[in-house]
Write a protein that binds this ligand. Sequence first.
Ligand SMILES: NC(=O)C1=CN([C@@H]2O[C@H](COP(=O)(O)OP(=O)(O)OC[C@H]3O[C@@H](n4cnc5c(N)ncnc54)[C@H](OP(=O)(O)O)[C@@H]3O)[C@@H](O)[C@H]2O)C=CC1
Ligand SMILES: CC(=O)C(=O)O
Ligand SMILES: [Mg+2]
Length: 413
Amino acid sequence: MTDLRQQALDYHSSPTPGKISVQLTTAAETSEDLSLAYSPGVAEPCREIAENPDDVYKYTAKGNTVAVISNGTAVLGLGNLGPMASKPVMEGKALLFKRFANIDSFDIEVKHKTVEEFVNTVANIADSFGGINLEDIKAPECFAIEKALIERCRIPVFHDDQHGTAIVTAAGLMNALDIQGKDINQSNIVCLGAGAAAIACMELLIKCGAQREKIYMLDSKGIVHTRRDDLNDYKKLFANNTDKRTLDDAIKGADVFVGVSGPNLLKQEQVKLMADNPVIFACSNPDPEIKPELALAARDDLIMATGRSDYPNQVNNVLCFPFIFRGALDVRARTINDEMKVAAVHAIRTLAKEPVPEEVLIASGEKELSFGKDYIIPKPMDSRLCGAVAKAVAKAAVDSGVAALDLPANYME
Ligand SMILES: NC(=O)C1=CN([C@@H]2O[C@H](COP(=O)(O)OP(=O)(O)OC[C@H]3O[C@@H](n4cnc5c(N)ncnc54)[C@H](OP(=O)(O)O)[C@@H]3O)[C@@H](O)[C@H]2O)C=CC1
Ligand SMILES: CC(=O)C(=O)O
Ligand SMILES: [Mg+2]
């Protein structure tokens, strides 16, 4: 553990502080270059864009740039660490955008007092970018923030912790339930956490066939039920008319546990109470709701996933956000709608059933990977993800009428 801590600190501090930098895409060596890049030449694209605003996509980097924006109120599962302490995560998201989908990003950490102040700050700079990826903003403010920004911005605004997480969770869970021989619409689902990720995950699972009344959601005070008078409007949608009050009550006979709450909250004794052949997604980062070695020691008929890269079955929004934005940017979608999200779910889950290329085995340090209990979802390093997910998303955007451009030729094959 100490080793990982020091390695991680060294990784972030050298060879230069941080994980990203800006690179030039054009020549800037000679006076002639500078007279094109800057004064006087730069005036020409300025005039064109003033005349025809859409030309900003032709003459600037806007169309391939996403802003990763946070206020640091729910940094992974570490809590409200504030904007500056969220910066390594936001630079990390920028790294992932570039590495996996060749999208340039700027991370922006916003200090604010009110939701309105945050929304105004982001809305006022939004036109500089092709899309906005909101990150690590706690519930319930995240819901109002995303809604207001979607209304005010002409580019896709996507709260990754809600929808990226939900898409990957749905893809992984449907595959896991298939392997366990269970049907999502008959499954009893326990969701530990009732925040950004939890609400969005459960809403998308319902769109994929789960039954709302078979979902038991818990927050820090226990089961979300109809007799509580402290629920916000988002939790109320999951309030069960039940006498169950605790995780112990809910977990008995459950087919699925989805943890999007905090570290070490699920005990081995509780794992033992689940139905035969259960599925546990302990997605809290960096420390899951239960360590895989503890859950698997409690019983051997389960499928286990975490949000981490160092265990099998990484259920993490990295499998979604680079690719959903790739698809959205490539057809200049004005929003990311449900059709695009569902298309991403199916593209991700389908890829897990394909043979795994050698390069992915090498990058994962595995000898063999094939669809099954320890491989329910593709690895982030699988370069086929970009093509498969972005294409499905772009096609869904075009088909659902939110794209300004036709499907690019390379998506037609
Ligand atoms: N693997 C992945 O891809 C992702 C994982 N996550 C993880 O999900 C977690 C939540 O993130 P997010 O939804 O953005 O954060 P939010 O702050 O929006 O939500 C946190 C939720 O966890 C609940 N919670 C906290 N402590 C407990 C507890 N002891 N028992 C039950 N519930 C508890 C809170 O309850 P209350 O409402 O009462 O405050 C709240 O509902 C984090 O650990 C994060 O790392 C998030 C996104 C992606
Ligand atoms: C993965 C991620 O976005 C989170 O844990 O917040
Ligand atoms: Mg996050």
